[in-house]
Design a protein around this ligand. Structure first.
Ligand SMILES: Cc1ncc(COP(=O)(O)O)c(C=O)c1O
Length: 461
């Protein structure tokens, strides 16, 4: 539908209507009112279209989530069938339904080893607040009520509900809402690019940052530390890949001190890093995993917490009911879409030969950007990619100014027909897993043109 197109015979100006009523997520509304909003009207395959008819290859898969691409009618049909058969029923009062039962079975086949029990929610944030509560509950059930502190990482992103935002290590998220809540301690993000580790080998840096986690546990007291939570690859803070050797050390430290290892797979799950979960890609051995986004390819809002047998047994054998759960926990329509999504991902071999081919092509194309005069670093894994925009390739010096180069580059990318994201001066990509090698070339060629245009702009300043 165009900006002025008709709905029920009435011409609507969607942008105007939106600006009158809609408070957008993570948005400076004064700027939005000034700059205007882009109206995305429809999408197909890896392409999105705005109300001016401009087509863009969606290099972000929506928001890291549309694994199988847009316009998948099998997913639409699965939703429709569930809507007609059982549009809603809850799973509170000794009831269940086939859709959620089937989803549990399908998920258990792909989740990391031993994580076969699930509690469902509606968003990544809700899954994370749920995990936060379940960890408290678990240690209470174990008779260790003092074991409550959760370690998370600086720069990490875990969502916006009260515990999830508190766990997030992006500090600008806290003061507006009087966060973080007590009981959380932040540790090193293990980001090789930005820390004192710069002069160290990757392995030495991994050792240094893992040591920092261990030292924090010892300083707080292992009997007080309940869990450690992290993303396999940091997403929202700029697609930061972990240093090699970091995760095996974290596995060992968590085991040594009986600290639960909670992996936030909201972005990394469902093939994003090339395997089903980031835990598979990096050899992480979680006790708890939270997931959302690619679970339904973004076609329905749904998320889950997966628990290992130890946590599950504790909850199953608890003396009283677990006083937690949502009206929409395991919603039939969302569950049906997830089941179909997993079936499609398997059939298309998106975690397998086809996914491997698509990811390899994306990474090969991405690597060609390393020579560009604005690019300080290129990094990527699976269907994730990032480039750092720098003023000086040798020193890594950045452009100054509020917007830096990122927003300028993002705007040029859009003009050149691709949607990518600017996290400061880091350009992030996370396309649908169905992106073909030809489409990856199209994406990266457009990003290169955007970088050229950005260079012209920044040098003219
Ligand atoms: C790692 C991670 N955890 C949690 C969330 C929150 O998910 P939601 O926006 O669905 O609440 C996000 C969102 O991007 C995320 O990247």
């Amino acid at each position: 539908m165009g900006a002025q197109q008709s709905q029920g015979g009435i011409a609507r100006d969607w942008a105007k209507l939106d600006s009158r009523h809609n408070l957008h997520p993570f948005t400076a509304h004064k700027d939005l009112r000034q700059d205007g909003v882009r109206v995305i009207t429809h999408a197909d395959g890896v392409y999105i279209y705005d109300s001016t008819g401009h087509r863009m290859l969606d290099g972000m898969a929506g928001l890291w989530c549309v694994q199988v691409g847009y316009g998948n009618l099998e997913l639409a049909d699965a939703a429709y069938e569930a809507l007609r058969t059982l549009p809603f029923y809850n799973t509170f009062f000794q009831t269940t339904h086939p859709y959620v039962a089937q989803l549990c079975e399908a998920l258990a086949e792909v989740t990391p080893e031993g994580l076969d029990n699930f509690h469902f929610a509606n968003s990544g944030s809700e899954a994370n607040d749920t995990a936060f509560k379940m960890i408290r509950y678990f240690w209470n059930l174990q008779g260790k009520p003092d074991k409550k502190i959760i370690l998370s990482r600086e720069r990490g992103y875990h969502g916006v509900t009260t515990a999830a935002a508190s766990l997030s290590g992006i500090r600008s998220m806290h003061p507006q809402f009087d966060l973080p809540i007590p009981g959380i301690a932040h540790v090193s993000p293990a980001v090789y690019q930005f820390e004192e580790g710069r002069g160290l080998s990757e392995d030495d840096f991994a050792q240094l940052t893992a040591n920092a986690v261990e030292e924090k546990i010892l300083a707080l007291g292992p009997n007080k530390v309940a869990a450690f939570v992290a993303e396999p690859v940091m997403g929202a803070s700029g697609m930061m890949t972990p240093p090699a050797g970091y995760w095996p050390r974290i596995n060992a430290i968590c085991k040594k001190y009986d600290v639960l290892l909670w992996v936030d797979e909201v972005i990394c799950g469902f093939g994003r890093t090339g395997q089903w979960f980031g835990s598979h890609t990096y050899g992480i051995e979680p006790d708890i995993v939270t997931m959302a986004k690619g679970m339904s390819s973004g076609y329905q809002p749904i998320s889950a917490v997966a628990l290992n047998a130890r946590l599950n047994e504790a909850i199953v054998n608890a003396p009283s009911e677990m006083a937690h759960g949502f009206t929409w926990s395991g919603h039939p329509v969302a569950s049906a879409v997830c089941v179909k999504n997993l079936e499609i991902m398997r059939r298309l071999e998106l975690v397998g030969p086809v996914g491997d081919r698509n990811a390899a092509a994306l990474q090969a194309e991405l690597a060609t950007l390393a020579d560009h005069p604005l690019v300080g670093e290129v990094r990527g894994v699976g269907f994730l990619g990032a480039i750092e925009i720098v003023k000086n390739k040798e020193t890594g010096e950045r452009f100054s100014g509020a917007a830096g180069g990122g927003v300028v580059c993002r705007n040029h990318a859009i003009s050149n027909g691709v949607m990518i994201r600017a996290c400061g001066d880091t350009m992030v990509m996370s396309p649908p897993l169905v992106i073909t090698p030809e489409q990856s070339k199209e994406l990266i060629d457009a990003v290169r043109r955007a970088l050229d245009a950005t260079l012209d702009d920044l040098m003219a300043d």
